[in-house]
Design a protein around this ligand. Structure first.
Ligand SMILES: Cc1cc2nc3c(=O)[nH]c(=O)nc-3n(C[C@H](O)[C@H](O)[C@H](O)COP(=O)(O)OP(=O)(O)OC[C@H]3O[C@@H](n4cnc5c(N)ncnc54)[C@H](O)[C@@H]3O)c2cc1C
Length: 454
């Protein structure tokens, strides 16, 4: 790369966003230290800091292709470790807006496996990078900065079981601590105020159970998705996993909690709009008891709109924007943000800014605003899909712009058309896989095909 390298970057959080950020920063920094509160398991195991790992985690086609780009051979390695790769439409049964979408192979591949396996494979790749090290069982408690608060100089950390905090000095600190990120508080303490926050309140509850399915229970498919609609606010996804297992996540919106008691869990599965998922699990062998999770809202921090921001500090992943998990976008969004950061670091992306240069290793002046504008561009499509889509439910709280109302009236027509017109199904899933932008469904030809059906 045509730029001088910097010494030390510190990444806060070693989940998917932190790992991908470390991979990208290792191209520009001599040393990258990833600080994580948990002890990181050597293998594919659940850990406290990622409680969502017990629920279905689909890596969408766009995320899989970015991971393949960052870690060549990754998808084959995941397959060798037991993950399933599936054609995003040919082997995915989409039951959306009360419609059964047509299926055909489209050559886009999603990855299906437990979240611990996926994360452990990425972690192993990052561990193998020159200059990257992990500081486990260390809690990040704050930032250090110059007295005027204009430059972050490191992170304050606290080792598990020790009394005293220590400081980790850095040229750049990147916060990837997820939904509970304290970056807004830290920025406020440094005198920069807090970012504005967009919120769409869904009060979603999840319950998940693992099964061994009877042979052929899902037909030729590897994933079945039954979405929620204003008429039936219950959703579910049943996905094949590693070692011949399958995982079922049930979701209820607006306070409708899928029960954890096994019989009631089955009854919830039977109450979905389509019988497909219940029929697939009816004679299956359950391997665990259902576990729950609650997700109050889609949340997006508008860092790109702040008036001032310290040098030497960035935020990435769920800490910027966390989405309703039903759409399966979070890890792919983290990958898209990492890709955007990589382009910014290489001087290829983002509009020119006039703010103080972010102290990053480039000839071309880079600013925090340039970075966050590139991140916002990466976050826009998943945000439009999840937060916008959730606003189709009358009781979901959030700001409904005329464009959102229009799209939410239009999408069921796209689904209806996609039940008869395979090109519409392909166009839809390319957007759902975050490969094409949502606007592509609004091209005149698409609108004509969607609206010509009664
Ligand atoms: C129920 C559920 C289902 C989901 N399903 C999907 C799916 O199907 N597909 C998909 O792509 N995404 C899915 N997601 C989203 C996905 O889990 C996240 O988007 C993804 O993990 C990226 O998040 P992250 O790395 O930014 O944060 P997180 O995964 O939340 O990780 C934050 C990390 O920071 C660490 N940490 C936090 N605070 C500190 C601190 N003070 N000091 C040190 N370390 C700290 C934590 O221990 C953790 O390791 C789902 C989410 C939920 C909740």
């Amino acid at each position: 790369m045509p730029h001088t390298r910097r010494d030390h970057a510190v990444v806060l959080g070693a989940s998917m966003a932190g790992l991908l950020a470390a991979r990208v920063l290792s191209e520009s920094f001599d040393r990258v230290t990833v600080v994580e509160r948990d002890a990181l398991p050597a293998d594919a195991e659940h850990r406290r800091g990622v409680p969502q790992s017990r629920h279905v985690h689909v890596l969408l086609a766009r995320g899989a292709s970015i991971l393949e780009d960052l870690f060549p051979g990754f998808v084959a390695e995941a397959e060798a470790a037991g993950a399933q790769t599936t054609d995003a439409l040919g082997q995915v049964r989409l039951l959306l807006s009360g419609q059964r979408l047509l299926q055909t192979d489209i050559g886009l591949r999603s990855v299906l496996c437990g979240r611990p396996l996926l994360e452990s494979l990425v972690r192993a790749r990052v561990r193998a990078l020159d200059g990257v090290s992990f500081l486990e069982r260390h809690d990040v408690i704050g930032l250090t900065a110059t007295p005027d608060g204009r430059r972050v100089t490191g992170a304050r950390i606290h080792a598990d079981g020790r009394e005293q905090e220590t400081t980790l000095e850095a040229d750049l600190v990147l916060d990837a601590t997820g939904r509970a990120s304290r970056a807004p508080v830290w920025l406020h303490q440094l005198g920069h105020g807090r970012p504005t926050v967009d919120k769409v309140q869904v009060n979603l509850a999840y319950a998940t159970r693992t099964y061994r399915l009877p042979q052929g229970a899902m037909g030729k498919d590897q994933l079945i998705l039954n979405n929620a609609t204003p008429a039936n606010q219950r959703a579910a996804v049943l996905a094949e996993q590693e070692h011949g297992l399958a995982r079922l996540t049930l979701a209820g919106m607006l306070g409708d909690r899928p029960p954890l008691e096994p019989k009631a869990f089955d009854a919830f599965a039977a109450s979905l709009h389509f019988p497909d998922i219940f029929e697939a699990i009816r004679d299956a062998e359950p391997l665990d008891d259902p576990v729950g999770f609650q997700y109050p809202a889609n949340v997006r921090h508008r860092y790109e709109r702040m008036r001032s921001f310290p040098d030497g500090f960035l935020v990435l992943g769920d800490a910027v924007s966390a989405f309703n998990p039903v759409y399966g976008q979070g890890m792919t969004s983290a990958a898209m943000q990492a890709e955007a950061m990589r382009a910014v670091l290489a001087g290829h992306a983002g509009p020119a800014g006039h703010d103080a240069p972010l102290a990053l290793p480039h000839d071309k002046p880079l600013t925090w605003r340039r970075y966050f504008q590139a991140i916002a561009k990466a976050v826009n499509p998943p945000w439009q899909i999840s937060a916008g889509g959730d606003l189709a439910f009358p009781d979901v709280r959030g700001r409904r712009t005329p464009a959102i109302r229009m799209i939410n009236a239009y999408l069921p027509k796209v689904h209806a058309a996609a039940a008869h017109d395979v090109d519409m199904a392909v166009a839809f899933i390319r957007v759902g896989s975050l490969v094409d932008r949502p606007e592509s469904l609004l091209r005149p030809g698409m609108v004509f095909r969607a609206l010509r059906r009664p």
